[in-house]
Design a protein around this ligand. Structure first.
Ligand SMILES: [Mn+2]
Length: 348
């Protein structure tokens, strides 16, 4: 298991040497942020990023994310070109030593929350999802915190309608056709693809969402039954639904060698199914981090783990979910559990 942190490149307010000061962290997961979705990431740009990261004595083996263009998900417009570009990106990233690529197949929005500024009793701030607030939202007047503002209202309404018409089965089909093109390339170049589940793991606004639970993950893995077609098992996404047993998923898919990347975050699930992102420490949320890491440890997981969203604490301001302090606390907590597991088992 390698503990890494997400780093948003040169525009990230957190410098790499601060990340390096977190003792358990061995590397960062990053991406190229100034190339339009669907286009090729030039090898020189990737190598420059790698050089910068390695200068701080951090490893760079994981990408999050190479985004999938909406044309690929809808199989329309320039999808053929965008799939070819995607393959070239896998090849370029492999040349730079990248071993794992996280991506998602969520239509329109990567994630949904009703607030980015939920105030906890202790004064810390985090993201939260209140079901009643989301249900009140008028689809035609869509604007929610953190959502991509690059679409205007008309474009977004059309896009949502197009997905509603495509439907769940249509989206599954398009995902399968995408995998059949990209996984052979990933395999040839030794890159493990790791799909991120839908966040939160349920349908929103009638848009199809297909990576939500164990049944979906089973179906996904069978679409292309190869180790290079794997998972980013995100506890903060899958774990928002009480019907998902995250520990069981770690045991099951870990045993199959299909988990390549783990996102670990705790969430406090409320009675109505709403949730508040909490500190990583188990008593603060609904997930048991010790049980989760024990499952990873016992299944012999040798992929990457990162602390997921953190709260904003100690007056820090910055990108919601991606401040330094609380993610660093989370990383040390996760690292402490891993060290304990290893020493108790007498392996170290
Ligand atoms: Mn995640």
């Amino acid at each position: 298991m390698k503990l890494i942190m997400r780093w948003y490149g040169k525009d990230d307010p957190i410098p790499l040497n601060y990340i390096k000061q977190i003792p358990v962290i061995s590397g960062v997961v990053s991406a190229i942020y100034d190339i339009k979705v669907g286009e090729i990431w030039p090898l020189e740009k990737i190598l420059k990023l790698k050089e910068e990261i390695e200068k701080s004595n951090l490893e760079f083996e994981v990408i999050e994310s190479v985004p999938v263009h909406e044309d690929i998900k809808l199989r329309r417009g320039n999808y053929v070109k965008f799939i070819e570009n995607y393959k070239q990106n896998i090849i370029n990233l492999a040349k730079a030593g990248i071993k794992c690529i996280c991506y998602n197949f969520m239509p329109v929005f990567d994630w949904t929350r009703s607030t980015l500024n939920y105030l906890h009793e202790d004064g810390s701030i985090s993201l939260a999802y209140f079901k009643d607030e989301i249900e009140k939202v008028d689809v035609k007047e869509l604007s929610l915190p953190g959502w991509d503002e690059s679409y205007n209202k008309e474009e977004i309404t059309t896009l949502i309608k197009t997905y509603q018409e495509l439907g769940t089965e249509g989206l599954w089909k398009n995902l399968e056709l995408f995998l059949k093109e990209i996984i052979p390339v990933a395999k040839e170049h030794g890159v493990k693809m790791a799909i991120h589940p839908d966040d939160p793991p349920w349908d929103i606004f009638g848009i199809p969402r297909i990576i939500k639970n164990e049944q979906d993950l089973d179906r996904f893995l069978k679409l292309y039954d190869d180790i290079h077609n794997g998972l980013t098992l995100c506890s903060g996404s899958l774990g928002c639904s009480t019907s998902n047993d995250y520990v069981r998923m770690v045991e099951k898919y870990g045993e199959q060698g299909r988990i390549h990347f783990a996102h670990l975050r705790n969430v406090k699930i409320l009675d109505d199914g709403s949730f508040i992102e909490s500190a990583h420490y188990s008593p603060c949320g609904s997930l048991d981090m010790v049980k989760i890491l024990k499952a990873y440890y016992e299944v012999g997981f040798n992929g990457y783990i990162r602390p997921d969203h953190g709260r904003m604490i100690w007056g820090e301001q910055g990108k919601p979910g991606y401040g330094l302090y609380d993610r660093a606390l989370g990383a040390m907590y996760l690292g402490g559990i891993i060290e304990t597991l290893e020493k108790i088992k007498g392996n170290k």
